[in-house]
Design a protein around this ligand. Structure first.
Ligand SMILES: Cc1cc2nc3c(=O)[nH]c(=O)nc-3n(C[C@H](O)[C@H](O)[C@H](O)COP(=O)(O)O)c2cc1C
Length: 410
């Protein structure tokens, strides 16, 4: 048995059957009303057989007024309980845990499909790519809105637990709302939610505590956290390590490390060529943070070869290997890693040749592959970048044209 095949027992006793986890990938596969679809559930049925110990869903929005992408799933009430149960049941009969990633995008909500953008402070995205084309300045969240969002994270979590998901992961990375609160660049508040690191981390701590209060001690809660934002004046490594310490003390079950934001997308490989070559983008940080916590650590970004994955876990720098893009192209990846029938999972996407579009391709090309998987088709390494782009534009147009569903809050 090699090191990646060994089970991992989380502090609360929950067992991950091996060290391979599918990191969150926004599938963009809800229906027009942000409800999970059979295609989405089918993709998870395929991944349930992939041999991974843990699958983390793409980000699920906690509020229908703040959506990251046109076809994100929203979970804010119990009206879709049956279909959520079917999604959670996709891993039934396997040794795979299915955790739901929960998210509020804050200023990274997609401007084209949301009526307002709200964030800790009125700091607009400099370059939002597909998220924010006019660099609209977000409205500042009031204290009562902050408390409502904290409550909403907890409400979404308990609904997902009731539906049968085996855990939740707070999206605290990549410049979304939790990470906006943490960063001194996007959080310039002068009340108790901003200023010192203690104040900036109050939001994530309160989100964690409120979720824990509702789901109990045995239900795993994880977080995806930035090692740094890779931005001048942003969340630094030192601050990130301090937050890891705080969250470990609070009882977080698993901390996944990533880095970057939509303005500085380090998480997608916007790193030095030597870093990409070395694979694990944030390994330097994980070595440092390992020394300040005993909470299980997962590292995501850049892992492509089995030998690098094995070395990373064998050296005890981290516990779980997080993998995203290769899961969209190699649906049997966990088994192939574990039995070493394939040892390299490098992916080559088809680009359009237009720089601004090809930035997006790093996401939407993979989303298109996930859709194929959900439709029962094999991944297509030759899938055209142009067809992916036009399909994506159509989704945004369609989302703008449809009337928003009436949301009945319980
Ligand atoms: C299609 C796609 C969607 C993504 N959506 C999310 C998401 O919803 N939540 C998240 O935390 N990260 C998301 N990511 C980032 C990945 O989880 C991961 O951090 C990144 O792709 C680097 O890992 P990799 O090199 O193994 O792909 C997404 C990445 C891709 C390609």
């Amino acid at each position: 048995m090699h090191v990646l095949q060994k089970e991992m027992i989380l502090p609360n006793g929950v067992i991950l059957s091996n060290r391979i986890a599918k990191s969150a990938m926004s599938e963009n596969l809800s229906n027009k009303h942000h409800e999970p679809t059979p295609v989405l559930i089918n993709a998870y049925k395929t991944w349930a057989q992939s041999g991974a110990g843990l699958l983390i869903t793409g980000n699920i929005m906690i509020d229908s007024e703040a959506i990251g992408e046109p076809r994100n799933v929203v979970v804010q009430d119990r009206k879709n309980m049956e279909v959520l149960k079917a999604w959670a049941a996709s891993v039934k009969g396997t040794n795979t845990q299915l955790w739901a990633q929960i998210n509020h995008p804050g200023r990274q909500a997609m401007e084209q499909i949301n009526s307002t953008l709200k964030a800790p402070s009125a700091v607009a995205l400099k370059t939002g790519g597909r998220k924010n084309t006019t660099k609209k300045v977000p409205e500042v969240l009031s204290e009562s809105e902050i408390l409502d969002i904290i409550e909403a994270f907890a409400e979404t979590s308990i609904i997902l637990k009731e539906a049968g998901f085996s855990g939740v992961q707070i999206h605290g990375a990549h410049g979304y709302l939790v990470s906006q609160f943490l960063s001194p660049y996007t959080n310039i508040r002068t009340d108790k939610w901003g200023g010192t690191l203690e104040n900036r981390s109050r939001f994530v701590v309160e989100v964690y505590r409120k979720i824990r209060e509702r789901v109990g001690n045995n239900f795993p809660i994880g977080i995806k956290l930035n090692s740094t934002d890779f931005q001048k004046g942003g969340f630094s490594e030192e601050e990130s390590m301090a937050v890891v310490k705080i969250l470990s003390k609070e009882g977080m079950d698993l901390i996944e490390i990533s880095g970057g934001t939509y303005e500085a997308p380090a998480m997608m490989g916007k790193r030095k060529a030597s870093t990409i070559q070395r694979e694990a983008y944030f390994i330097d940080y994980i070595e440092k943070v390992r020394k300040v916590t005993t909470t299980p650590l997962m590292l995501t970004g850049g892992f492509r070869t089995v030998s690098v994955m094995q070395d990373a876990v064998a050296s005890n720098q981290l516990d779980i290997i997080g993998i995203a893009r290769p899961f969209a192209v190699f649906p049997n990846i966990g088994n192939e890693i574990n039995n070493e029938s394939r040892t390299d999972f490098t992916c080559h996407i088809k680009k359009t040749g237009v720089k601004v579009l090809d930035g997006m391709m790093n996401i939407i090309w993979y989303e298109a592959q996930i859709k194929r998987m959900g439709q029962g088709k094999s991944p297509n390494p030759n899938l055209s970048g142009w067809s992916v782009f036009f399909n994506y534009v159509w989704l945004i147009v369609e989302q703008k044209l449809i009337k928003k569903p009436v949301v009945i809050k319980e």
